[in-house]
Design a protein around this ligand. Structure first.
Ligand SMILES: [Fe+2]
Length: 279
């Protein structure tokens, strides 16, 4: 199975730049590249921060742009999104009984479980951080029980990682500690013991990172919009114009391979035998 992973598109009202970048132009370039190179992909998942300020016009342009992709698209929300406006713009995206934008999707590779880690609508705490309160834990437990009963592999998708990545500015706004502990405890029950959770995909960090957590492999990607500098000393975010990217994920029963496509690269492409330059 081939899967396209996009993240942190941060669309604004069309024409408005963000940190010196036109996020819609970036997404349009990524979509054109994907349509050209990966029309055979089964699905595309976008792991949140679809918009930067959550305006209706930003969601409308997102919807229009994603419709150019040749495969179905599953959009999750991130901390920059507005749950209500997202739901109005994407009414076909399922929600759980509590109104969180989380659902499951069966694919040829197994069951995708797509999670909502965004702060609850009436919660007065910090809106940038990630949350996964007991109602969401109960929902995830039910999905994992169901996946176990169905003997299907599971792939998790979420905006905020449920762990720190060693960059202070972000470790402060991942899943809040209490919710991260509960999330970790739940996955420890199912992951290493039952070998059923094959990969965890997330967004939020705006950098390529991979590793494993409690025995579960994970990966995240550059945003299509601005990036975060890899600065272990800075106490606040340092956004950069490093290259954007999207993920091309190849899944077989034995293997998950994550490529990152530098879709804006316009430099030489050199045949190693003849040293001939290709356009
Ligand atoms: Fe983001």
């Amino acid at each position: 199975m081939k899967l396209i992973h996009l993240t942190d598109t941060h669309l604004t009202t069309p024409g408005r730049t963000l940190y010196g970048i036109d996020p819609l132009a970036r997404l349009q370039a990524a979509v054109a590249h994907i349509a050209r190179q990966h029309a055979d992909a089964e699905l595309c998942v976008v792991t949140g921060d679809l918009t930067h300020w959550g305006e209706d016009a930003a969601y409308a342009s997102l919807r229009e742009c994603l419709q150019m992709l040749p495969m179905p698209v599953l959009p999750l929300i991130g901390n920059h999104d507005d749950r209500g406006r997202f739901r109005a713009a994407f009414p076909e995206t399922p929600v759980d009984d509590n109104g969180f934008v989380q659902w499951t999707q069966d694919t040829s590779a197994g069951r995708f479980i797509l999670l909502d880690t965004v702060i609850g609508d009436a919660d007065p705490r910090r809106p940038s951080a990630g949350y996964f309160d007991p109602r969401r834990i109960d929902w995830l437990r039910a999905q994992l029980d169901r996946a176990q009963a169905d003997a299907t592999p599971v792939f998790l998708f979420m905006h905020h990682p449920p762990f720190g990545v060693g960059i202070a500015a972000f470790d402060d706004i991942n899943l809040v500690a209490e919710d991260a502990r509960a999330f970790g405890a739940l996955l420890r029950e199912y992951g290493p013991i039952r070998g059923q959770i094959r990969h965890l995909f997330f967004g939020h960090i705006h950098r390529p990172i991979s590793g494993s957590w409690h025995g579960i492999p994970f990966s995240t990607l550059p945003a299509t919009a601005h990036q975060s500098g890899l600065d272990f000393l800075a106490e606040t975010d340092r956004f950069t114009h490093e290259a954007p990217g999207y993920g091309v994920v190849l899944i077989t029963p034995e293997q998950v391979t994550v490529h990152i496509s530098d879709f804006l690269y316009r430099g030489p492409q050199i045949d190693p035998g003849s040293e001939r330059l290709h356009d």
